[in-house]
Design a protein around this ligand. Sequence first.
Ligand SMILES: Nc1ncnc2c1ncn2[C@@H]1O[C@H](COP(=O)(O)OP(=O)(O)OP(=O)(O)O)[C@@H](O)[C@H]1O
Ligand SMILES: [Mg+2]
Length: 248
Amino acid sequence: MAAKKRKDENEGQEERARRLAYIGTLATGLAHEMRSPLNAMKLNLELLKEDLAYVAPEKREAFARRVALIDREMEGLQNLLTEFLAFARPPKMQLLATDLNELIAQVLELLEPELKAKHIEVVSDFQKGLYPVGLDQHQFGRGVLLNLLKNAVEQIGEHGTITLRTREDDERVSVCVEDNGGGVVAGKEEEIFKPFESTKEHGTGLGLSIARRIVHEHGGDLTLDNHPGKGAIFTISLPKSKILEYNE
Ligand SMILES: Nc1ncnc2c1ncn2[C@@H]1O[C@H](COP(=O)(O)OP(=O)(O)OP(=O)(O)O)[C@@H](O)[C@H]1O
Ligand SMILES: [Mg+2]
């Protein structure tokens, strides 16, 4: 019974994610389609402006004002569409050979005031001279590392330890983000990677699904080693072979 309920819940979540993605595609398509009629309208409005001299003198001022208003509103709409399309289109990955130890240190700097205020200690256990991996530094830094670190901070609340470990072997480079905040609720280890799965009052539940998508786009894996009651270890693992391909 419980398994069936969980299955139904999973399907509900997946259906919601699918619908959202579908709406996203529709909205992007619609925005595209709206651009050309808008351009045509704007062009014709310019032509109307040129004909202003033919309007009866007593009506000219009011006419010009209305034309200017339409012009402004259309420009606003054009800007809105441009911004929407820029937002909707996932940015292309820009891979740069990256020292992961350094990228982690940069992301930690962003969190430093919060970590200090909450008395959270960070232990950096970095392997020296780490193989430089091909990463989109912005997406990986914000979308993966920051999301994992924020989750760890939120889970700990106050007074705790986050351990960051970097390692490499012949084939892979890995980063572990470990916290002692009690771990993920037992049985929810896979669910938490799905969109909209959140136990927080103001959480969107998108953090981990975004993080995993970005890691996958880099050819890697994001996994959880859960210790209920103690803490969680999230591990990012990136294959070197894939990375070499990217660096070519
Ligand atoms: N380090 C962690 N320890 C224990 N549970 C965690 C940890 N990280 C994530 N979780 C659980 O996984 C859920 C999903 O995490 P996710 O980052 O996807 O969303 P969120 O943190 O709830 O919301 P958002 O990231 O959008 O603010 C969390 O609500 C929490 O229950
Ligand atoms: Mg989160």
